[in-house]
Design a protein around this ligand. Structure first.
Ligand code: ARG
Length: 587
């Protein structure tokens, strides 16, 4: 049964306007005093030329049982008008039955929908720059993108996950140049990105210090060094074997390290098509921009003037003909639209790139592509580490490996304190430690700056990943102690009147709201809507658990409470999975 649809139909009948669908405006108030569902009458005021409170009162009179119409909404116990709202209080047992049977009979598809059927969402996330350390900011785009991927998929969208690696540009010329001068195959092979970073930093130091003139040790002075680096990049662009082999090697080694992180996070991509993938697609874009009279010359470079739109120009070609980050993004957008015919293309990056996206989105619009409106930049705020709490091996870029190791180690310590006899402790520590980090990243609205604090992240009692995982494990342990068939619906009569107390009913309402929360998270591109809902569900379950004996109750009460416990376990596992977090059965 779709309660909102039924209520909408009853409201429409009471208003004498049976054609109108009010479903979308029906709310689920968080405060139980305001009913289980609420209908705001404000929008009707001008149409009916009546004050919202008056409309609410009239509707209430027509809908409240035992009115003539009440038979049609027999799941409603009480209707009250509060200000401009009509508040509906459901018959709790009917509501519990409807929600729990739906969930327990179809645990695999709970909360899923086909909202997105036939529509494709392209998601561009993580996308680190090759040869550079993967830092906490990249962790953020990685987990947000992954959660959004899961959420949209759950809603029936076809999802395409793309890692748009930063694997092209002049910096690779510099890196090759530095490698040829100061590097060794062995060091790069064994140290990977750390060694590449060292070479890259060395290049810039040398270039700067050598600016003052020729040197005794034969290393060319800065202009010479920079020219050499540029020459290497030109070689790369021209398809020179040696240059490309070294470049490819840097890419492979970097990816090898990134993949270790992705594996630990359980994050997957459908494509690793980085910036270099668009090399052979850029000429056509530049030509198209020219044909559409969008290119202008400025100081030797080619730009699209965006002054009329209050933005600095979008750089397309450098003085030496090289393409730039925006050029590659435009080529990528055109390619993605042609290849996937996306409904939306989401790109998750730090907020400091907002102008870059606004600029090239505008260029795509000026090119005359109507789908420019479907390009969405999904920004997030700054991520920083609590002062002094985390040692950084490399300046201020935290090694992801260190961070994840630390999360696992600290979790293992906590497990050793709380539950030393736990089987498979290392695996659980991995699931909980990594889950804690991911959860923390998804706990707030994206735009909010995140300060990473171990104490908060790993707090089993706070609003954290471990807390939600623990509620899931608690539900599982209760079920394990019961007869495996108890709490299942098949063939068992459950008396839903046993689930009408405040604690149980709070859970029922949260379970009922879950599908709407997933849809809300998708429409706002905000996984935290799901995260917060999981915390609320875990808290409600813990209140229920402490207030109502489950295993120590008997008869129909015990069966009903076990059914509720099973439903909570299913919902928590589903929610955690959407967020990209594991749900261990024991911890
Ligand atoms: N490589 C960029 C960075 O590390 C992010 C790329 C995001 N995606 C894109 N299509 N621009 O900041």
């Amino acid at each position: 049964m779709n309660f909102k649809a039924e209520l909408s139909a009853a409201i429409a009948r009471a208003l004498g306007d049976p054609q109108t669908d009010f479903e979308a405006s029906i709310e689920m108030p968080p405060n139980p005093d305001l009913g289980d569902f609420a209908f705001p009458c404000f929008k009707l005021a001008s149409k009916l030329k009546k004050a919202p409170a008056l409309i609410a009162r009239d509707l209430c009179e027509k809908l409240a049982p035992p009115s003539a119409d009440s038979g049609t909404i027999d799941f409603v116990d009480q209707v009250r008008a509060t200000g401009g709202y009509v508040n509906f209080f459901l018959d709790k047992a009917v509501y519990a039955k409807e929600i729990l049977t739906g969930l327990l009979n179809n645990p695999e598809t709970y909360g899923q929908s086909d909202l997105g059927r036939g529509k494709t969402i392209v998601l561009d996330y993580s996308s680190p720059n090759i040869a550079k350390l993967f830092h906490v900011g990249h962790l953020y785009t990685t987990v947000i993108g992954n959660a959004l991927y899961n959420i949209f998929k759950y809603l029936g969208y076809n999802c395409v996950g793309i890692n748009h690696l930063g694997d092209w540009g002049t910096q690779f010329g510099q890196l090759i140049c530095a490698y040829k001068k100061w590097g060794s195959k062995e060091a790069v092979e064994s140290e990977g990105i750390s060694e590449m970073t060292r070479l890259y930093v060395k290049f810039h130091q040398e270039a700067e210090t050598a600016d003052s003139g020729p040197r005794a040790d034969g290393v060319p002075s800065a202009p010479g060094l920079r020219d050499e680096a540029r020459a290497w990049f030109v070689k790369m662009q021209e398809g020179d074997q040696e240059a490309l082999t070294i470049w490819k090697w840097f890419c492979d080694l970097s990816l090898r390290e990134y993949n270790l992180i992705y594996d630990r996070l359980g994050v997957r991509f459908d494509y690793f098509t980085g910036e270099s993938f668009y090399n052979d697609k850029m000429e056509a874009i530049v030509r198209e921009l020219k044909e559409k009279n969008l290119l202008t010359e400025s100081g030797g470079a080619m730009i699209v003037d965006l002054e009329p739109y209050g933005m600095p120009p979008c750089l397309i070609l450098r003085g030496d003909g090289g393409t730039l980050y925006p050029t590659r993004d435009i080529a990528a957008a055109v390619y993605r639209h042609k290849t996937f015919g996306f409904h939306k293309c989401l790109i998750v990056t730090a907020m400091d790139q907002s102008l870059h996206f606004a600029q090239w989105f505008k260029v795509v619009e000026l090119m005359g592509y109507p789908w420019a409106k479907d390009l969405v930049h999904v920004p997030y705020g700054l991520v920083s580490l609590e002062e002094g709490k985390f040692s950084t091996r490399k300046g201020n870029a935290v090694l992801m490996e260190d961070l994840l190791n630390e999360a696992e180690n600290k979790t293992l310590e906590i497990i050793n304190e709380r539950n030393p006899g736990l089987a498979d402790k290392d695996r659980v520590a991995r699931q909980v430690g990594i889950g804690a980090v991911v959860f923390n990243d998804l706990y707030n609205s994206r735009i909010k700056d995140v300060v990473f604090s171990w104490e908060r992240v790993l707090n089993f009692e706070g609003e954290t990943g471990p807390y939600v995982q623990y509620a899931h494990a608690r539900a599982q342990s209760v079920l394990k102690k019961a007869d495996p068939a108890e709490g299942h619906l098949d063939g068992r009569a459950i008396d839903f009147n046993c689930l009408t107390d405040a604690a149980a009913f709070e859970i029922i309402k949260l379970l009922a709201a879950f599908p709407d929360k997933i849809a809300e998270a998708a429409s706002k591109y905000e996984p935290f809507v799901v995260t917060r809902h999981m915390v609320a569900l875990a808290q409600a379950f813990n209140r229920f658990y402490h207030g109502n004996p489950i295993l120590r109750s008997v008869g129909l009460t015990r069966t009903a409470r076990l059914a509720l416990t099973r439903a909570v376990k299913i919902a928590l596992a589903a929610g955690l999975k959407l967020l990209g977090i594991q749900a261990p059965d024991e911890m």
